[in-house]
Design a protein around this ligand. Structure first.
Ligand code: DAT
Ligand code: MG
Length: 151
């Protein structure tokens, strides 16, 4: 079983709406390991690099405006299966299609204000974690609960 990394980010609407604790709590309770966490005002260049695959989309300019419109909360989470599991906790891109019980299903109503980002593959998990966190901002540590989460 491969330990993966994923990059999860509370978007500016989630911060403005006071959902940071609620969102972090869902990942914490699941049992993944937090390895990086910061409140951060994203520069335009970084938003453009993060979403470079969407550059051709009509919504791209408003997406960049949205992500840079206020502070975000950047998180790195680690664990076996964390990438796909985080996507499940997050729910579908369109919050109206997202299942109840997911973050977007419970806490959002529109794709353009869907409160959270999560990497879509282990490769992108590594790429995005390295993009948003500098060396020295990530912590290697062993949670005391580790033996109670995995046999
Ligand atoms: P996800 O964030 O679920 O991985 P994505 O990678 O396809 O979704 O798109 C990145 C973000 O771009 C998404 O969270 C919100 C925005 N977006 C995607 N499709 C959109 C659309 N049709 N209209 C407006 N914004 C959209
Ligand atoms: Mg995506």
């Amino acid at each position: 079983e491969q330990v993966e990394q994923t990059y999860v980010m509370v978007k500016p609407d989630g911060v403005q709406r006071g959902l940071v604790g609620e969102i972090i709590s869902r990942f914490e309770r699941k049992g993944f390991k937090l390895t990086g966490l910061k409140l951060f005002q994203c520069p335009k260049e970084l938003a453009e690099e993060h979403y470079k695959d969407l550059k051709a989309k009509a919504f791209y300019p408003s997406l960049i405006d949205y992500i840079t419109s206020g502070p975000v909360v950047c998180m790195a989470w680690e664990g076996v299966g964390v990438v796909a599991s985080a996507r499940k906790l997050i729910g579908s891109t369109d919050p109206l299609q997202a299942e109840p019980g997911t973050i977007r299903g419970d806490l959002a109503v529109q794709t353009g204000r869907n409160v959270i980002h999560g990497s879509d593959s282990p490769e992108n998990g590594k790429r995005e974690t390295a993009l948003w966190f500098k060396e020295g901002e990530l912590c290697e540590w062993t949670p005391v609960q580790a033996p109670w989460l995995r046999e």
